[in-house]
Write a protein that binds this ligand. Structure first.
Ligand SMILES: [Zn+2]
Length: 242
């Protein structure tokens, strides 16, 4: 059986592979069945969505927010419900800084292996906490590991959320070199750009396993991407593509 990390990696590669060969399908989002009716990225070359999963994290998220603010860039944060509950002020700051927040489940289980009733609870409990903190309904959901089955997306939609995947990811959560993380993502971004597709980029500002995990490389890589593309590309939140 695949470990959760292997699932996350292979799902990322699969999404990238689909992106590299499936423009026509991606263009038909949200009607496309290819991604199980999930948002990836539209045919908007020149647009980049930075998305951050598994936070909020008291050590790393504030540094990321500082970097984004100083560059006047808005991003999307897929928050783990139990981390959000533990860091309410940080969630308020993310929203207050103008970023979009999404639901990344309560405890980060592999939802393709989770009973539907529990999936429903994982999503509902998270949205409830986020909505209380943010004051607005939660409209986007990213499944942990990208793992899903049709019922997971159906439940997310029934709770008013658009399922979201990605098309640019590397193993930033276990890569100690910010340079390598940024280089790999730049290759993906530039390849998507050549094919006329926007980039929906995943990085991790927290960890579902251990909140003490070092996310310095991911935060630094985000800074490198901003520096690289700030003058030539537009950084957008995912609701720009809705
Ligand atoms: Zn995650």
């Amino acid at each position: 059986m695949l470990s959760p990390i292997a699932i996350e990696t292979s799902a990322g590669l699969a999404a990238l592979g689909l992106a590299a060969g499936g423009w026509a399908y991606a263009a038909r989002w949200p009607g496309s069945q290819l991604f199980g009716k999930a948002m990836t990225a539209p045919l908007h070359p020149g647009e980049l969505a930075l998305t951050f999963d598994d936070g909020p994290n008291p050590a790393w998220t504030p540094r990321l927010l500082d970097m984004l603010s100083s560059n006047d860039i808005r991003a999307t944060f897929f928050l783990v419900g139990r981390h959000a509950q533990a860091e309410p002020e940080l969630v308020r700051r993310i929203v207050g800084d103008g970023h979009l927040i999404g639901n990344h489940s309560w405890s980060h289980p592999n939802l393709s292996l989770t009973a539907a009733s529990r999936v429903e609870q994982e999503l509902a409990r998270t949205s409830e906490v986020l909505q209380q903190l943010a004051g607005v309904p939660v409209k986007y959901f990213r499944p942990p590991y990208g793992a899903r089955r049709p019922v997971v997306f159906r439940l997310a939609r029934s709770q008013g959320m658009v399922p979201v995947l990605w098309n640019a990811m590397t193993s930033d959560w276990r890569e100690p070199s910010a340079d390598r993380i940024a280089q790999r993502l730049k290759r993906s971004i530039d390849r998507l750009q050549q094919h006329g597709v926007a980039a929906n980029i995943v990085l991790h500002d927290g960890s579902h396993r251990d909140q003490r995990a070092d996310r310095g490389p991911s935060v630094a890589a985000a800074g490198q991407l901003v520096a690289e593309y700030k003058k030539t590309h537009r950084f957008v939140k995912l609701d720009t593509w809705a």
